[in-house]
Design a protein. Structure first.
Lengths: 216, 216, 216, 216
DNA sequence: AATGAATGAGTATTCATTCAT
DNA sequence: GATGAATGAATACTCATTCAT
């Protein structure tokens, strides 16, 4: 389900069960992460990955149907983590937390994630180029929207569903896009940016909550 | 001699003065725009451009020192227009206009621009990959920040310069990033998104203007 | 791992162990030798080499990092042989041989070598143009000088080291330069030239041995 | 005669009579000389020459039928000078000069020439690569042989014509080859080399003059 | 299953020469 | 004559993927 085995050109070919195989897949993904930082998205090639991972090229194709499936798998790893962050601090914790706290928690989580995974923005923006990969991004985006919707429905119960979804979608966009740019080198003042982002999101939601006049 | 450009690896080689040359350069840029939509950033190659433009490859290299200079020239075309939009409705008009009107004007401008230039987001995100081109983006970003600063200084005169610049920079990021994503195909409901963006920006600035408490 | 060569831009990429690989490398070098004669140094291109060798271009790049490395490998083959010739008839034989015999032996060896390898002078002079290759020539030249020094030290023990080296160096130059020109087509009378060269070298050394007056 | 007007692919197309044309041809040759040193033989292209010479490309083709004819013309300039040097100090002077003096004079002349014309060895060795140009070299070589013959006939009147020609030819080879290598950077001790060369040539000729036994 | 040598289509850029103006 | 924009064939090197072993 999460790993559709119907031969989708981007999903992993074979679910590695054997220990060695699992280790190999992990090694491949780790190497790709490193190379993304070291050589850039376009600088990666399968032979290089194999060499750095210490496995033969052929083996890569036992786990992945093609080069892009590797990126996809790495992205999925990142996405799972991001979705978890985006989903917030968990039901019970969230129940006793003001919504602003959730926003702080999510943005801080994104910030920490970005610092932990310098290859993420490179992978993300690289995926835009390959039409097939772009579809994966759309998918992940939808998951982010769903996560946001949970909070929006709670905060803005009187809005139409369409409006709620629009807001959730804008928030997802903000999150993703700014996740990328806030990590990039030109924001050494990353901390300030993160704080400002929290302020922005809160202001946005508060304005909706107070039913602010839109026409002015 | 008059027009020998300092041979920057990205600036055009020769300024086309003759009618035919100007037409050729325009044709090249138009073809690149089309191909960007049709084949994606990585799908473009010089021979293809030449063929579609109906000129020999060699001719491309009379005007551009290399492939990336073509992208750069197209980007510059777009950037000029965007900067003009971002600068707002002009001094006199702006003087008699509430700041919200300026925001509406700019966002609407961006929206119209995006609809007119479907190749823009592809070009923009493609430029991220090529280090040299990335520098161009940084430059343009700075110009956008400057344009935003003018308004911020007027609206939030009591903030520190650093804070003003941070806000202007967030706005620029928002503008650029959302310019890209709001245009992309997955937002057919582009109009709603645009309206929501206006709301977002206004809420953000209003929150700053009212000196909202940040700590909550 | 055993055979990973330090990736010098001119040394072979992979040492061919398998029979087929070794044959391929040999075939490549043989084809380059032929083409050198047929088309000249500048007339050689990698695709042509591949075609004539009956292998795909890509295969060339499995063994050689670039075009010049092929020339270098061929040169090294030649050089090894030449150095061996230059080193003379071997210790024991040399011990029972007048020095003139050694000169005869070396020059005859050069002559035979030249007749066997018509591509050599083309390769040699071609290597002068490519700065990287020129360095290889300097190296080989030094080896030739060392080989000559052995004999010079024996024949002219009273000269200063600097003078001995100068003489050895002139001899090396003579050897190399004349190796090239004596082989070239305009000397069909190659045999006579070879004999004259022996005479020249002997006269030169004898003059030094007799401590001839230089000032006249 | 010296400038065959029959459309030889390497001779100049048109003898420039007009002042401006003569200046242009001279400028072209001077620029080629400079570029030879600056960019190497293969680094020269007609458009670059035209640009550096401050004339349009088309004009080059008014004086020279093709690129190689330019090299040829420059070579001819050099050769004329070299032949003059090689011809010795002039009839009257030579009559009152021991032959050793002539050799000194010629070698010194070659040395001075080499220092004056750093582009010469580059041009010379470059010409080896282009079959057509190689023929020019053969021609010039013959002229050098003729010049040497004059002296050889005087010094070794009893040798057969064939032998005289062989000796003259060896000397020419020595002269040319060593002209190139003695100039090159690896002989900073150029002066010593020059002196050694004089010694070599004198020893060679003296050995012939004394009818030295060849068989030893 | 595992390997890694082999494949060859694909691509940016150059430059001698021409010829319309 | 003079110009210099136009031309396009030519060329080194890469890399995703396969498949014989």
């Amino acid at each position: 389900m999460e790993h559709v085995l119907i031969e989708n050109p981007l999903s992993p070919r074979r679910l590695p069960k054997q220990l060695r195989s699992r280790q190999r897949v992990e090694k491949i993904l780790a190497v790709v992460g490193d190379l993304l930082v070291e050589k850039g998205f376009e600088g990666i090639n399968t032979n290089l990955v194999a060499e750095k991972a210490g496995i033969p090229v052929g083996s890569i194709y036992q786990f992945f149907p093609n080069k892009y499936a590797i990126f996809c798998a790495l992205a999925e790893l990142y996405f799972e983590e991001l979705i978890a962050i985006n989903r917030g601090p968990g039901r019970e914790a969230a129940a006793h937390m003001p919504w602003e706290g959730i926003i702080d928690h999510v943005i801080d989580g994104f910030g920490a994630f970005g610092r932990r995974n310098p290859s993420f923005p490179i992978l993300w923006s690289g995926m835009q180029h390959t039409p097939d990969l772009r579809d994966q991004i759309t998918l992940i985006n939808q998951k982010a929207v769903e996560a946001n919707l949970v909070m929006i429905e709670r905060l803005l119960p009187h809005e139409t569903q369409a409006k709620q979804r629009l807001i959730a979608s804008i928030m997802a966009d903000l999150g993703e896009r700014l996740l990328i740019s806030s990590i990039s080198e030109r924001h050494a003042e990353s901390r300030d940016v993160m704080e400002e982002l929290k302020f922005l999101l809160k202001a946005y939601l508060r304005a909706h909550m107070s039913g602010a006049d839109r026409s002015a």
